[in-house]
Design a protein around this ligand. Structure first.
Ligand code: ACO
Length: 317
């Protein structure tokens, strides 16, 4: 009977039907979604920290307002994603606990420091650009609640990407020092951004199954290549140099010459593994900051519980 359920489930996925929270689903499908959606939620929450670092030092009121809005959007993304994960039967408390104790993964990219204002531009342009590349296909993910959450997330990410690129453009059209800051930020963020897409396909343990279930629509390497192809002309427009001596355009020999790709150099996968293992430049700071915020929010949770208990008592009276 289990096999029959599985076959019917796969047929629905193959027919591009959305799977909803109360539908039958294989235990492993549920598990992989909880894993991916919760990692994604944690990434949004931890992702507020590197940029939050610059809210008080934004160079103008306009920049401050945009950065504040962006960081708030990320908090919202985390909340929709935790809510989507909860539809699969896990609790928010459990997921939060996994993050705070260091058991859960979140995106490697948020373990790098934001050293200058130009980093805020580079993050918007590159990190949010990479996030969009990865998340647009997730709008068609087989799991309905995740796919629907992604639609709004992607709209907001595209605003984030534009504000980042506009910061870079302003710096690149500014003084020599400003342009040098932009180049320095690009040098530091480029390779970690390529790592965001995950290990190379041959080393991606979840890809085959997630593709079959239509959670993933493109492989890690396919999305990485799309990102490089989209980003190289943007860097050229800024007048910046990507920190990769091997970068070169390879035309599509068989095609009409319009479908070539930018070949890029070797990614340092040891660095990626170190960051994921908790040894990146900021892993410890990030977890310490989250734990401190959680402890300082204790009174809010207590007050909310007390308020709910009082209301319930009043309703029963
Ligand atoms: N940072 C940290 N861990 C990563 C990263 C990364 N950049 N890329 C892959 N991993 C982890 C995976 O989570 C997995 O670990 P696990 O088995 O302990 O869960 C392991 O490396 C192997 O990778 P894959 O088999 O390729 O994993 P998966 O099929 O889940 O693909 C990917 C990884 C592409 C990140 C996928 O999970 C995904 O699309 N997630 C949703 C998007 C997301 O989380 N974005 C967060 C950053 S963007 C932002 O928040 C602004």
């Amino acid at each position: 009977e289990e096999l029959e359920h599985e076959a019917r489930f796969q047929a629905r996925v193959d027919a591009e039907e959305r799977i909803e929270a109360n539908d039958w689903m294989p235990a492993a499908y549920r598990k992989t979604l909880v894993r991916q959606i919760s990692q994604h939620a944690h990434s949004e929450i931890i992702g507020m920290l590197p940029e939050g670092n610059w809210i008080t030092r934004a160079p103008s009121l306009r920049r401050k307002a945009a950065l504040l809005a962006k960081v708030q959007d990320e908090c919202g993304h985390g909340l929709y994603l935790y809510a989507a994960a909860e539809t699969l039967g896990v609790s928010r408390e459990e997921l939060t606990d996994q993050l705070l104790t260091g058991k859960a993964k979140y995106s490697s990219i948020f373990n790098y420091p934001t050293m200058s204002w130009a980093d805020i531009g580079a993050i918007g342009w590159l990190v949010d650009g990479a996030a969009i590349m990865n998340q647009i296909p997730l709008c068609r993910c087989s799991y309905g609640p995740y796919a629907r959450a992604m639609i709004r997330v992607c709209k907001e990410e595209s605003f984030h990407q534009r504000q980042g690129y506009e910061i870079m453009l302003t710096l690149c059209r500014g003084s020599e020092e400003q342009k040098a800051m932009a180049q320095d930020a690009l040098n530091r963020w480029w390779w970690p951004c390529l790592m965001m897409f995950g290990p190379p396909d041959a080393a991606s343990q979840h890809s085959d199954q997630s593709t079959k279930w239509k959670i993933k629509r493109f492989s890690n390497d396919e999305l990485r290549q799309k990102f490089v192809d989209a980003t190289v002309p943007q860097a050229q427009f800024l007048g910046l140099t990507l920190p990769d001596p091997e970068l070169r355009f390879v035309p599509d020999e068989g095609g009409d010459g319009t479908t070539g790709h930018w070949h890029y150099g070797q990614i340092d996968w040891d660095e990626f593994k170190q960051v994921i293992a908790g040894n990146g430049p900021c892993n410890r700071d990030r977890l310490a900051a989250r734990n401190k915020a959680h402890a300082e929010g204790e009174w809010v949770r207590e007050a909310a519980m007390a308020h709910a208990a009082k209301r319930q008592a009043r309703q029963q009276a």
